[in-house]
Structures are given as structure tokens and as C-alpha cells.
Design a protein around this ligand. Structure first.
Ligand code: PHE
Length: 461
């Protein structure tokens, strides 16, 4: 279905409200929920982490999500166009966000490609007895300059498959591509992942894993880094202040209950995240039980190593290894892919609107350029190192600056807060009061600025 847009053309829209909600959940639920949240929570106070996490969700996550929605839904464009319609120079902020999407997309695709390979490796646990050596040595060939000769058997082929799939979805567009993919895959992901979690909590040792994750370390609450970790996790996890939720809201029909949808998305995302924490730590408890060690003695509880080294070790020990391996890596692929298409439609629709290109040209251009960079970077030995650096920059410094700028410019410099609030309230059943303005205009930027200063400081130091 389409609706007229200000430029005179027809703007593509989601065909139904559930399409928008599933797409937004698809973007939010991603690698961050499965491989980032459990480790972050564990390292940042365990059960006590839930407090800063909830505070961050309520004071910044949901308010900034509403801000994204208000901008996109009111101004009917991706971030650059919407900001431009608000005031010309602010377009630059939109391109900054688009730049972040591009950069994150490049490495996000690589992780999905790894998960895709591991989906197939699960059939007969190709990683053998040494998942660590297999991942970095045999698979990624870290430290082996001769890698180019083995590209096809390694990372390049799955990466190309991932980028072709992205291209296909972009070519199909919002209603036939993004919406359909999410309506099919998101329910599948929730059901499949729930099955995995149920299996994990019934394994011997699961309770020890859950104790390791949830036993509160209250002294962590005095640590600024723990609060920073909570805010970063919420921003990344909800995909906010990246321009994505602006783009998705701009594809939502004009009559749409925006704030209530936002609450559904935020709730689904956090529930999935906590479910993932339970599943991952139950499985780690099982591994510790098998190895006769304490959970705290296990290594590799976060990031790529958790998914591609520690988890394969767990899977090898499980009855029904092939099935559960495929379920785990299949979930990673789906969760990641539905986020990746949101990243890339943000970039391609932005370019399409700016230069008046056809959807096909923009989609092909963006997929080819991003895909080539991604294949170039990640099928060589520099992949793992690039991942860390880029992740740190884009997710900490990049998105936090973007959120601060957005709040200050929209609320304080241009004073559009009331207008955006009225827009949200005109279309939604869940009304936002002045409190919302206080949260996006004051609480969130103050917290985020403290975070940013502290992050930059720790890098310089
Ligand atoms: N929210 C996604 C996740 O949790 C990641 C993401 C970030 C997706 C930014 C799009 C934009 O993995």
C-alpha cells in the first residue's frame, strides 16, 4: 500500500500494523541480544545489572525510541530527509547516522556469515575437539597470510550469500521484502529460540549457570562503567538513534498507533534478551558441569568467542548436538539477518531519496559497495581486529554522539519537542506527557554525555 508523500511521489508503506511491529522487533532483536547481552550482564553486576538496565530502558531507551518514531512518522523520510525537512543543516546528522549504519552493516554481515557456516558445521560438529583453534585458525585463518587461496571454503562464500540475500530483500522493497521476511521469520525465531532455552535449562548444571548470571553483586551499582554498559546495551539493542527507527516509522501508514507499537517492540526486545541470558548461561553451566569447573572459571563468555568457540564446545557435549547446533546458529542467522536488512534499507532508502534514484539502482549500489568492503575486510586475517575497533567506535562513541546531538538539536535548538509530542499523541492511544520531553531533552542527554566523556577519556588514558 502506498501513501502520497510531500515530494509528490508515492511513499511505500507497510501493509498492516503488525508488519511494522514485526519489522521493528526484527531490527531490535539481533546479535546484540544473543551474544552481547548475556556477557555484559554477567560482567556488570549479574542480577544487580537489571536495575541500571531497567533505568536505562525507561529513561532513555523508550523515550528515544519514541523520538525516532515521531521524527520519521511526522516527516516521512529516512533520517537525512526527515532532518532536512525539519531544518536544512540538520540533514548532516542524518548522514552521520547513515554512515554508522553502513559501517555496522559491513561487520554485522560478517558475523552472520560465520553463523551461516557454523549452521552447516553443526551437522557433524566440524570444529572437532578444539573449537578455538578451529575458529581462529582453520576457519578465519588469523595470522595466516596465505588466506586468499582458500577464500571459497572460508568466509567469502557465506558472506556473498548473505549480501545477495540482502540485495534480494531490498529489491523487493518495504511491503514485499522487509515486511514479509519479518512476518515469517520473527515468530519462527521466537519459537525456535524458546525451544533452545527450554532444552538448555533442563541440562545438568544449568542452575549453576543461572546462579552465576543472576546472583546480584550490589557493589557494581556504584560503578559508573556498569551504568554506561547498561545505556550502551539499550541503545544498540533497540537500534535507536541510528536512523533506522526513523526510516521504519516513515514507512508506517499515517494512521498508526506509534507509541503503543513502541512499547510492544521494547518489551519484546527486552524479553528476548533476558531469555537469551537464561539460555546462554544455562548452557554455560552445563559446560562447566561437564568440565568439572566453576562457571566463573570458564573463558570466552562474550562476543564472537562466546558464539563461535564456547558454544560449539557446549553443543558437542549435548545429546542431539547436530539439531541444537543448527537451532542455535540458525537463530543467530535469522536474528542477525532481520537486523541487517534494517541497517541496509536505512542506507539505500536514504540514498534513493537524496538523489531521486530508483529503488533498484540504490539497492544494487549499496549492496555491491557494502558487500565488497565486507568481503574484502572479513575474508582476510584482519577481520577479528577490525570487528573490535569498529564495534567500539560505532556503538559507543558514534551512536551516543548521535543521540545527544539529536536530543539537543531537536528539543533545545529548534524547539520541536512540543510539536513532536503532539504528533505522537494525535496518532497514538498511549499518550506521552511533558515527562517525555524531560527524559529526551534532559535526562538522556545528560547521562549520555557523562558516558561519552568517560569513554573518550578511557581511550585517551
Ligand atoms: N539491535 C540490533 C541487535 O541487537 C543491532 C542493530 C544496531 C541493528 C543498530 C540495527 C542498528 O543486534
Amino acid at each position: 500500500m502506498t501513501s502520497a508523500n510531500a515530494a509528490g511521489g508515492q511513499r511505500e508503506t507497510f501493509t498492516r500494523n503488525s508488519g511494522f511491529i514485526f519489522a521493528a522487533i526484527g531490527s531490535a532483536v539481533g546479535l546484540g541480544n544473543i551474544w552481547r547481552f548475556p556477557g555484559v550482564a554477567y560482567e556488570s553486576g549479574g542480577g544487580a545489572f537489571l536495575i541500571p538496565y531497567l533505568v536505562a530502558l525507561l529513561t532513555a531507551g523508550i523515550p528515544v525510541l519514541f523520538l525516532d518514531y515521531a521524527v520519521g512518522h511526522r516527516f516521512r523520510g529516512t533520517a537525512p530527509l526527515s532532518f532536512r525537512r525539519i531544518k536544512k543543516p540538520v540533514e548532516a546528522l542524518g548522514w552521520f547516522q547513515t554512515g554508522l549504519l553502513f559501517v555496522i552493516g559491513v561487520y554485522y554481515a560478517a558475523v552472520i556469515a560465520w553463523a551461516l557456516s557454523y549452521f552447516f558445521f553443526s551437522f557433524n560438529q566440524s570444529w572437532g575437539d578444539d573449537p578455538a583453534g578451529f575458529f581462529t585458525g582453520e576457519y578465519l585463518k588469523v595470522g595466516d597470510p596465505g588466506v586468499s587461496t582458500t577464500i571459497v571454503g572460508g568466509v567469502a562464500l557465506p558472506l556473498i550469500v548473505v549480501w545477495l540475500a540482502v540485495l534480494a530483500v531490498l529489491l523487493l522493497g518495504v511491503a514485499n521484502g522487509i515486511e514479509k521476511v519479518n512476518i515469517v521469520f520473527i515468530p519462527l525465531l521466537f519459537v525456535g529460540f524458546a525451544g533452545l532455552v527450554i532444552r538448555a535449562i533442563t541440562l545438568p548444571g544449568a542452575v549453576d549457570g543461572l546462579n552465576a548470571l543472576f546472583t546480584p553483586k550490589w557493589e557494581a551499582l556504584k560503578d559508573l562503567d556498569v551504568w554506561i554498559a547498561a545505556y550502551s546495551q539499550i541503545f544498540f539493542s533497540l537500534s535507536i538513534a541510528f536512523g533506522i527507527m526513523i526510516a521504519y516509522a516513515s514507512f508506517q501508514r499515517r494512521k498508526a498507533n506509534m507509541t503503543s507499537s513502541g512499547l510492544v517492540v521494547a518489551f519484546a526486545n527486552s524479553s528476548f534478551e533476558i531469555l537469551a541470558g537464561i539460555g546462554v548461561f544455562s548452557a554455560l553451566g552445563f559446560l562447566a558441569y561437564q568440565q568439572q569447573v566453576a562457571v566463573s572459571d570458564l573463558e570466552g563468555l562474550t562476543g564472537p568467542i562466546l558464539s563461535f568457540v564456547t558454544f560449539p564446545a557446549v553443543i558437542s557435549e549435548m545429546p542431539g548436538a547436530a539439531f541444537f547446533g543448527m537451532l542455535f546458529f540458525g537463530s543467530l542467522v535469522i536474528a542477525g539477518f532481520t537486523s541487517l536488512i534494517s541497517l541496509m534499507i536505512g542506507v539505500s532508502a536514504g540514498i534513493q531519496e537524496k538523489w531521486g534514484l530508483s529503488r533498484t539502482k540504490a539497492a544494487v549500489g549499496v549492496s555491491v559497495v557494502c558487500g565488497l568492503i565486507s568481503v574484502g575486510l572479513f575474508s582476510t586475517t584482519s577481520g577479528l581486529i577490525a570487528l573490535d575497533t569498529v564495534d567500539m567506535f560505532a556503538n559507543n562513541v558514534g551512536v551516543v554522539s548521535s543521540a545527544i546531538l539529536m536530543a539537543i538539536i531537536l528539543i533545545w535548538v529548534l524547539r520541536r519537542g512540543d510539536m513532536l509530542r503532539h504528533h505522537l499523541n494525535a496518532v497514538s492511544t498511549f499518550k506521552v506527557g511533558k515527562v517525555w520531553l524531560g527524559l529526551v531533552g534532559v535526562v538522556a542527554p545528560v547521562f549520555l554525555t557523562i558516558m561519552l566523556v568517560q569513554k573518550v577519556w578511557s581511550v585517551i588514558d
